[in-house]
Design a binder for this molecule. Structure first.
Ligand SMILES: NC(=O)C1=CN([C@@H]2O[C@H](COP(=O)(O)OP(=O)(O)OC[C@H]3O[C@@H](n4cnc5c(N)ncnc54)[C@H](O)[C@@H]3O)[C@@H](O)[C@H]2O)C=CC1
Ligand SMILES: O=C(CO)COP(=O)(O)O
Length: 341
């Protein structure tokens, strides 16, 4: 296997999980973290105590708080910081990223300014690089525990996809490829909304039928939204859509699910987010998507109900009432009018 030098920007849960796979696969693996204490804990104790406590990391992961040290000579760059920090980090790191470097976003969020997905931000900020997106049912804790799963590398650049497939594949991580960069990335961002909804539903004690019903209707409204944006909703039938929707909507390992659960238990948004202490992209995504759905006149009862509950202090029951009394009654709504492939 070709050995690479990989730089992972962001030493939270997912950056650490990616570093763990890359190091185990024998690649030079450098993880950028913000503070020297975390770097020391990773390098000396082989553990990321804040984000993945109790999980031993492979010896090959080298952490540093210096972007220069991490990026110098790297031919693969993985960006795994929250969407709120994405532009800032790209700005700081730009100087050490040469032309033609492969850069893969692992971030499942949306930038408010321009409603941009992270690959679009990458193309805007680092137009000299080759851009891909990694997305799928990839709860970080399970990856570092080597529980098998699959993921998707999406890019219009076929050679990039092949390179990342080879670099990341191992006996517990299977990498599929997809040329539909936008669709894969949109699926990863949208499913966070429904993980919040699922956590909330669990907290108010809904049944298993209810949960499956919500999940399926979530997929229907995601697909309508994709069509509204000119994207291909059929991409949502893959790992970055259905796969990730099932994983995050079913697991308390999902931080979005956990925030939803706490909200369902009556905590304020501020309290729920503060208690989590980690990234829950869905909270911001709910706001951006609900606003966009209203503009585009896309019917999204779950996303808009969540907006009203979280940002407009409507009662929790709003979610169920909207879902049960909406205007649409068609079952399968996948329609594709021929947009991006
Ligand atoms: N944790 C998971 O299971 C998965 C997460 N993701 C995505 O990865 C992205 C990152 O999430 P996690 O690693 O889970 O978050 P996290 O909350 O575990 O860690 C966030 C990391 O970003 C760093 N960070 C925050 N603000 C920063 C700034 N302004 N400048 C530099 N660094 C900053 C933090 O220090 C921390 O290392 C999110 O978009 C998430 O949706 C994707 C797949 C799985
Ligand atoms: O995207 C994820 C798993 O694929 C992680 O979800 P959370 O950000 O909700 O933890």
């Amino acid at each position: 296997m070709t050995q690479h030098t990989a730089a992972i920007l962001g030493g939270g849960s997912f950056g650490t999980a990616m570093a763990s796979i890359l190091a185990e696969n024998g690649h030079g693996t450098r993880l950028w973290v913000r503070d020297p204490e975390t770097a020391a804990a990773i390098n000396e104790d082989r553990e990321n105590p804040r984000y993945l406590p109790g999980q031993a990391l492979p010896a090959g992961v080298v952490a540093s708080e210096s972007l220069e040290e991490v990026l110098k000579g790297a031919d693969l760059v993985f960006v795994a910081v929250p969407s709120s920090a994405f532009v800032e980090v790209l700005g700081q790191a730009r100087h050490w990223v040469p032309d033609g470097t492969i850069v893969v976003s692992c971030t499942k969020g949306i930038l408010e300014d321009g409603f941009l997905l992270m690959s679009q931000v990458l193309q805007r900020e680092w137009p000299h690089t080759r851009v891909g997106v990694l997305s799928g049912p990839n709860l970080a804790r399970e990856i570092v525990e080597r529980k098998f799963t699959g993921t998707v590398i999406a890019s219009g650049d076929e050679a990039l996809r092949a390179t990342i497939q080879k670099a990341l594949s191992c006996d517990y991580f299977r990498v599929y490829d997809n040329p539909d960069l936008y669709g894969v990335e949109l699926g990863g961002a949208l499913k966070n909304i429904y993980a919040v909804a699922s956590g909330m539903a669990a907290a108010i004690g809904v049944g298993e039928n209810s949960r499956s019903f919500m999940l399926t209707r979530a997929l229907a409204e995601m697909s309508r939204f994709a069509v509204g944006l000119g994207a291909n909703p059929l991409t949502f039938l893959g790992l970055a859509g259905v796969g990730d929707l099932i994983a995050t909507c079913s697991s308390s390992l999902s931080r979005n699910y956990r925030v939803g659960y706490e909200l369902g238990q009556g905590k304020s948004l501020e309290q729920a987010v503060a208690d989590l202490g980690q990234t829950a992209e869905g909270i911001n995504t709910i706001k951006l998507v609900a606003e966009r759905a209203r503009e585009l006149q896309v019917y999204m009862p779950l996303a808009t109900a969540l907006y009203d509950i979280i940002y407009d202090h409507q009662p929790l029951e709003t979610m169920v009432v909207r879902l049960m009394s909406g205007e649409h009654k068609h079952d399968v709504e996948f329609s594709f009018h021929g947009a991006s492939s």
